[in-house]
Design a protein around this ligand. Sequence first.
Ligand SMILES: [Zn+2]
Ligand SMILES: [Zn+2]
Ligand SMILES: [Zn+2]
Length: 105
Amino acid sequence: MDHQNVPINPPSCSLLGAVGDTYTNPQNHICSFCRPCRYPSSHGELCGEIINCNTVATHFGEWHGIVDLPRNVRIICQWCGCLKQISRHNFVRHVREKHLCHQRS
Ligand SMILES: [Zn+2]
Ligand SMILES: [Zn+2]
Ligand SMILES: [Zn+2]
């Protein structure tokens, strides 16, 4: 019998452990603030790469195929639990502001 209780990696939407000062005080955000990417990878697991405001565009282009799409293509943000529809044009900004707590200046 190979049937052990193998955890099947349920998507954890908990912010436990990721909630730092920047989340409770987003105004303290600095653009070198890093956090793990919670976008699903092609294997269905969370990506987990450490990204920040400066690398988000490159990262999503290289790892999640968010690149070379027409500006107005609608993307459903699959960042853990978000599921918001954004146009390609606004996607990077959305990730920065909503998921990296970036404050628009
Ligand atoms: Zn930022
Ligand atoms: Zn990623
Ligand atoms: Zn989102």
